[in-house]
Design a protein around this ligand. Structure first.
Ligand code: NAI
Length: 330
């Protein structure tokens, strides 16, 4: 077998980690022929729990899992990593203002960006799942000047997958017939799931639905508020679906998106579609095996979509201003 690929995961003892690690270890991220070394980062109080998770990983006897390292120092854990899945983040606690949340996470993603810069492998790809994902990715990217900005991304694939499922249910088609779905903007309630470029069974999705009121009043809010609905029903936030989306996102990035389709990923804006350059915003993106990505060009954006995209991008811009004022990015 070839040399194991080092995959770092932060927040590894958390809920998402508990679904994610087993899927990576079983070969769902890199393929069944690629051995993987998991390098798991946690804060010191969670290391004991993480030891228990590692015991379970051992007990699965996955043929693709070559080694597991755990620790609380990103400089050690990120050493030689080719993939970093930044899942661990500080949740909003009672009484915490938005600025406090950005600051607390800013400290984490500043340190992790620097550690990646100094220790990761040359082919590193970074996926940020921990919220606020887009701005955390921006902070990590800004603190890793030696790593190309095209190697950082944030997760909007869960929103994408939610949008695919809602559309498929509405028109009574299997999810496999839905293509060209796009989430634009921020992974937040302002995100814009776009049915005007999506297709179902090859047909334009908005036309197949034929109900603008459903798109505006049901589809968009259902997708954007799905996280809150899961918390309400389950008593805790989406974890297995978030782990699954983290795998989908990173697998497609590393191994290439499906021919003739695209995926949603938050990547650094190059100014496409009027999104201010430098913001980490979700776009329709194609990826090629080996880890390259391109923002799909030339889609026509009507006034309705323009307003929705602009609103979400304005929120990203506010978040960038806030973390700039906190001195977290230059
Ligand atoms: P969780 O609270 O169960 O686990 C988070 C883990 O991160 C904890 O074990 C904690 O000890 C660890 N952690 C905190 N600071 C850390 C640091 N500096 N270094 C390493 N580990 C650290 O949370 P859960 O459910 O696993 O969610 C993780 C994150 O993912 C949250 O920020 C959540 O909001 C976000 N999320 C994002 C989604 C997306 O679509 N982008 C979807 C669902 C969740």
């Amino acid at each position: 077998m070839s040399t194991p690929v080092k995959v770092a995961v932060t927040g590894a003892a958390g809920q998402i980690g508990y679904s994610l690690l087993f899927r990576i270890a079983s070969g769902e991220l890199l393929g069944k022929d690629t051995p993987v070394e998991l390098r798991l980062l946690e804060i010191a109080p969670a290391l004991k729990t993480l030891e228990g998770v590692v015991m379970e990983l051992d007990d699965c006897a996955f043929p693709t899992l070559a080694k597991v390292e755990i620790g609380d120092d990103p400089n050690v854990i990120f050493d030689g990593a080719s993939v970093a899945l930044l899942v661990g983040a500080r949740p909003r606690s009672k009484g915490m203002e938005r600025g406090d949340l950005l600051e607390a996470n800013g400290a984490i993603f500043t340190a992790q960006g620097k550690a990646l810069n100094d220790h990761a492998a040359d082919d590193i790809r970074v996926t940020v799942t921990g919220n606020p994902a887009n701005t955390n990715a921006l902070i990590a990217m800004s603190n890793a000047p030696d790593i190309g900005s095209e190697r950082f991304s944030a997760l909007t694939r869960l929103d994408h997958n939610r949008a695919v499922a809602q559309l498929a249910a509405k028109v009574g088609a299997p999810v496999s017939e839905v293509t060209h779905m796009t989430i634009w903007g921020n992974h937040s309630a302002t995100q814009y799931p776009d049915l005007f470029h999506a297709r179902v069974g090859g047909r334009n999705a908005a036309e197949a639905v034929g109900d603008q009121a459903w798109i505006e009043d049901t589809f968009i809010p259902t997708v954007a508020k799905r996280g809150a609905a899961i918390i309400e029903a389950r008593g805790s936030s989406s974890a297995a679906s978030a782990a699954s989306a983290t795998i989908d996102h990173t697998r497609d990035w590393l191994r290439g998106s499906a021919q003739g389709d695209w995926v949603s990923m938050a990547v650094r804006s190059d100014g496409s579609y009027g999104v201010a350059e430098g913001l980490m915003s979700s776009f329709p993106v194609t990826t090629t095996a080996g880890g390259g990505h391109e923002i799909v060009q030339g889609l026509e954006i009507d006034d309705f979509s323009r307003g929705k995209i602009d609103a979400s991008v304005a929120e990203l811009s506010d978040e960038r201003d806030a973390v700039t004022q906190l001195g977290l990015i230059g």
